[in-house]
Design a protein around this ligand. Structure first.
Ligand code: C5P
Length: 222
């Protein structure tokens, strides 16, 4: 069906940042807006997929026709992703915090004469790598994103092997690119075989539609 190429498929998308609490009122976060991930969820729903969108805190409206699971932390995102399996396609567009504060205090940390408190960090689970390396319920097509500020393509090639995913969508998120929080994106598609395709700069929803069309082609049953 040309109009609904993903009919009957379940597509799982992660989007947005994660928030990692320091104490009840403070958290670590990043500048991800969720625009690209939400646009992919919307485009997949428009292409006929059943879509589960696992989203960190964003100010965007829920895309129409999509089941949205809201989480705050990386560990909650991993649990929500695992709960949403099985999926035919998984797209990991979230900007997951790499680290979280090692300890979470129940009370607000007070400012005092002893100066700033130490902020010890511990590693978060890598959701993409965890899912891509599963043996049970691994989605047949696992797509990662690579947001880099330098050597975008070289880093993405290393990432595809390290994470065990099938495709990487790499983009330049240096301040000069205006991608973080902006409406446009310039992406490179890198395949497991090392293939590279660079797309022109497009609106994030156009990137989403084109990516969804590509994912439908890659999973089409003859
Ligand atoms: O290693 P890096 O953060 O650059 O990898 C980016 C890719 O990995 C993105 O697809 C992102 O959603 C995913 N990721 C993840 N869990 C993490 C870190 C990154 O799913 N803890």
């Amino acid at each position: 069906d040309g109009g609904k190429p993903l009919a009957g498929r379940h597509l799982l998308v992660t989007s947005g940042p994660t928030h990692e609490p320091i104490d009840p009122v403070r958290y670590l976060a990043n500048r991800s807006s969720g625009k690209q991930g939400h646009a992919i969820a919307a485009a997949a729903a428009a292409a006929g997929a059943r879509v589960t969108l696992v989203s960190g805190p964003v100010t965007l409206p829920d895309p129409p026709g999509v089941t949205v699971v809201r989480i705050e932390t990386a560990r909650e995102m991993l649990a929500a992703v695992e709960a949403a399996l099985p999926a035919d396609i998984a797209v990991f567009a979230a900007a997951v915090a790499d680290w979280r504060p090692a300890t979470l205090t129940d009370e607000k940390i007070k400012k005092g004469p002893e100066g700033p408190p130490p902020l010890a960090l511990t590693e978060n689970p890598d959701i993409l790598a965890t899912i891509a390396r599963r043996t049970a319920d691994r989605p047949p097509l696992v797509v990662g994103f690579a947001a880099e500020t330098t050597d975008v393509i070289a880093h993405a090639r290393a990432k595809i092997a390290r994470k065990g995913c099938d495709l990487i969508v790499a983009n330049d998120v240096s301040a000069a690119s205006g991608v973080m929080g902006g409406d446009r994106n310039t992406v490179h598609l890198i395949g497991r075989d090392g293939s590279l395709e660079t797309w022109p700069t497009l609106a994030k929803d156009a990137v989403a539609r084109r990516l969804v069309a590509r994912l439908a082609e890659m999973t089409a049953t003859p």
